[in-house]
Design a protein around this ligand. Structure first.
Ligand code: BES
Ligand code: ZN
Length: 630
């Protein structure tokens, strides 16, 4: 006979009653978040079997050892198991596990299975009735989520730096837990770090100054009381300072970066207000931003309460704050409603890119939003071409296991939602999207689940509307459905006119570029012919110093063009760039173009990579390895 309690547990495990769980307050965080058990929600990248036994809370107690580049300590996991379940399976990758106990210190039997590439190895623990298990372990120096920076790779050049990057399945290299986006967990942590360094994490920061922890060390404590997918657990340790930006926003950066960072981020508080006015309350408490050293592999990462950002977004004119809008938008699409598995990643990135653009419109007006959408269209077309054209399978939104979809998730995904907005009307669409976030708050979602929700709440059997929307073609088909809404920017049309004058033989000095932002420069460089005479490249570089531009977006776009022309004068600046920036978005196109240029380019790529690879995050190195080994 099942007791009432186990019946309730079974309902939780099976995700049977999410609405009932959240009933107290619509969209409030449930203590234990439901999981999805439909076939399309199955995550092949985890060893976990959450329907049998799952982790509901992670408590980390870790010492950060910069000398050995090791995190060492314990992870105490709260377990919700089906009646009669004997074991729980966790994900690990290269962890050194020394023992596992229950919370009374009694040893539990455990075993590590065979490791698979990327997926790592299953850690199976015999529960023996335990509801909390303690894993004693260390994360090895090569842990794929972690990047340990020597002082010379920081702005201050005095102290080391450590950060983590969990998405997609890297956190199992430093946290032994069920590392699947559909298995939400609350968490707490204590980090012990050397005196003189600050530790921050993607949670409430309970001890901003830290506490003495003996022997020249300080301890920092953190708590996330809302269930999150484990890829959103993040840490950074370094010589950090904090400055408030508004009542609930602020910026962490190395002291020498703080002024420039705070200037660039001045609009952050207002962005949170604009986002809330669009799609409902910001549910995470504070929204702070951490500016990392240039080795950070992404533009940004939406770690809850603490967005991680590349310093390359700082160009002195605030022209790349769409990056902040993007990471902030993930506080709804991604962090609140989460792709159940990574092949459904467009539910995170496509929704977020759409929301990002709406925030930009709310902040800076329609023209700015249209300008960014217009540029995105170009990027999408290039991406579809690279994928092999409109029929290429990798142009589908709902992906296959293991494939990389890159910009398709972002731009095709946001075009899909813009098309829905246009057909349904903005007012109706916005009301729907707000209700969607409330209905699915703190839950995983699938492509099929989203379409079913939209049909149930908006389409309601209207055949004509269904035909107009082409939902299945968007979600499951290749290329672009013919109802895609393309926006065209007048400001970019003006740039295009100047580009044509230059291409027709005009002088670089005659171009009116004084008020060009990053976006206008990118449009200009992107529309120059891929083949240009050396004297034309030299004219541009002399006029605008593009090879050494302090704007990394402009510089990398220009260097890509220079490579395509095997233009030698840019090679030293290229080599410097490859050694100073770790952002994959910039590096991949450069290495790709070098490889496309045959022996000439490959020699440059391999020479630079030999010394630069060690300065890249494991995910960046993996992406470049794949390019160079083709
Ligand atoms: N979540 C992503 C970063 C990411 C993507 C990490 C894939 C791991 C795997 C983040 O929100 C993102 O999309 N960043 C973009 C921002 C841009 C689209 C404004 C980036 O890094 O460039
Ligand atoms: Zn994103």
């Amino acid at each position: 006979m099942r007791t009432f309690l186990t019946a309730a547990c079974a309902a939780l495990l099976l995700g049977a009653a999410p609405a009932a769980l959240a009933a107290a307050q619509p969209g409030a965080a449930p203590a234990v978040a439901p999981i999805l058990t439909t076939p399309e929600a199955r995550d092949v990248m985890t060893y976990a079997r959450p329907e049998i036994a799952r982790v509901t809370h992670v408590d980390l107690d870790l010492e950060v050892d910069f000398q050995e580049q090791i995190l060492r300590g314990t992870a105490t996991l709260s377990v919700l198991a089906q009646p009669g379940a004997k074991e729980i399976i966790l994900d690990t990758d290269s962890l050194a596990v020394t023992r596992v106990t229950d919370d009374q210190g009694r040893a539990l039997a455990w075993s590590l299975g065979a490791a698979e590439p990327e997926k790592g190895a299953p850690l199976t623990v015999q529960l023996n009735g335990a509801q909390r298990i303690v894993v004693h372990y260390a994360a090895r120096p090569g842990a794929s989520a972690l990047q340990w920076l020597p002082p010379q790779m920081t702005a201050g050049k005095q102290k080391p730096f450590l950060f983590s990057q969990g998405q997609a399945i890297l956190n199992r290299s430093w946290i032994p837990t069920q590392d699947s986006p559909g298995i939400r967990q609350t968490w707490t942590a204590r980090l012990v770090v050397p005196e003189g360094l600050m530790a921050v994490m993607s949670a409430d920061r309970l001890t901003p100054e830290g506490e003495p922890a003996g022997a020249g060390r300080r301890a920092f404590r953190f708590a996330m009381d809302k269930p999150v997918p484990p890829y959103l657990i993040a840490l950074a340790v370094g010589d950090l300072a904090f400055r408030p930006l508004g009542p609930r926003t602020g910026v962490y950066a190395e002291p020498s970066m703080l002024d420039r960072a705070a200037y660039e981020l001045a609009d952050t508080e207002k962005m949170v207000d604009v986002a809330e006015a669009l799609y409902g309350p910001y549910r995470w408490g504070r929204y702070d931003v951490l500016v990392l050293p240039p080795a950070f592999p992404y533009g940004g990462m939406e770690n809850p309460t603490l967005t991680f950002l590349t310093p390359t977004f700082i160009t002195g004119d605030r022209s790349n704050v769409n990056l902040v809008a993007h990471e902030l938008a993930h506080s709804w699409s991604g962090n609140l409603v989460t792709n159940a598995t990574w092949p459904d990643g467009w539910l995170n990135e496509g929704f977020t890119s759409y929301f990002e653009n709406r925030i930009m419109e709310g902040m800076y007006g329609r023209a700015r939003a249209v300008l960014e959408a217009d540029l995105d269209w170009d990027i999408l077309m290039r991406e579809i071409e690279l994928a092999g054209g409109m029929e290429a399978p990798t142009t589908r939104l709902r992906g296959d296991d293991g494939e990389e979809s890159g910009q398709i998730d972002y731009i095709k995904g946001s075009l899909f939602l813009r098309t829905l907005e246009t057909i349904l009307g903005r007012e109706r669409w916005d009301a729907y999207l707000t209700s969607y976030f409330n209905r699915h708050a703190f839950q995983p979602q699938t492509t099929a689940g989203f379409l079913a929700d939209l049909r149930a709440h908006e389409i309601k059997g209207d055949k004509a509307l269904e035909a107009k929307l082409q939902l299945d073609a968007w979600a499951y088909g290749t290329g672009l459905p013919d109802n895609a809404v393309r926006l065209r920017s007048e400001a970019l049309a003006a740039v295009d006119a100047q580009t044509q004058t230059f291409i027709a033989g005009g002088k670089a000095a005659a171009l009116k570029t004084a008020d060009w932002s990053t976006q206008e420069w990118l449009r200009f460089i992107g529309n120059l012919p891929r083949q240009m005479a050396a004297d034309r490249l030299a004219d541009l570089d002399a006029a605008f110093n593009l090879s050494r531009s302090p704007n990394a977006y402009v510089r990398s776009a220009w260097l890509e063009l220079a490579i395509a022309n095997r233009w030698e004068p840019a090679v030293p600046a290229l080599e410097d760039f490859l050694h100073s920036v770790g952002r994959t978005l910039f590096l991949r196109p450069l290495y790709r173009e070098l490889v496309a240029q045959g022996d000439w380019g490959r020699a440059i790529a391999e020479r630079a990579y030999r010394t630069a690879r060690g300065t890249y995050h494991a995910s960046t190195a993996a992406a470049i390895d794949a390019l160079l080994n083709k």
